[in-house]
Design a protein around this ligand. Sequence first.
Ligand code: CDP
Length: 219
Amino acid sequence: MPDAPVVVAVDGPAASGKGTLARRLAEHLGFAYLDTGLLYRAVARRVIDGEGDPADGAAAARAARALEPGDLAGEGLREETVTQAASAVAADPGVRAALLDFQRAFAAAPPGGAPGAVLDGRDIGTAVCPDAAVKLFLDASPEVRAGRRVRELRERGSNAIYAAVLRDMETRDARDRGRAVAPLAPAEDAFVIDTSTMNADEVFREALAHFDARTTSRK
Ligand code: CDP
């Protein structure tokens, strides 16, 4: 039997640097990468396009069950309306249950026969893959994260305003941390990295050192 895939969970709040780190780790290790936030964004997009209310749990759960792989490449998934709606649909237990199988199947059998998978999100280490070999939790102060998100949005051509981005991010953080099912929180055995004063290279090096320590000690 081939070895079971090595699963790396990267969790954290908005703009903590988890996407950048997860992509880079996956590339470095030759692992498959899944941005699980896109799943919630695609569900939100479906609800909005059907003129439904993202806070209506039944409608959101129906949209989650109807999700197709092509939806993940949909347009406008990073728009602010979709971002806020993603966090609303993500609070519904039916939505989370509907997306669980897809995420677990990805981790158990990474596409392309890759020897491992990196999943980034909010609940990978706590709920989706509680047995992940490596769990990282990235955090940073709200001000630093809002500053990063403003830069990202401006690079994409939007004239984002810092105060509005900070406010929207804090609303979303509170909803993500406060929901009853799979709230945003570090797993007990997660390695927490505060990225407030670190650049992407420093975060990558620290995460890789932790990955090496964890995976070597398991052999
Ligand atoms: O990139 P950013 O961190 O701003 O957002 P994202 O990772 O694309 O996630 C968008 C929203 O989806 C979050 O605010 C969460 O409410 C939800 N989400 C979740 O509940 N669980 C996950 N594993 C991933 C995202």
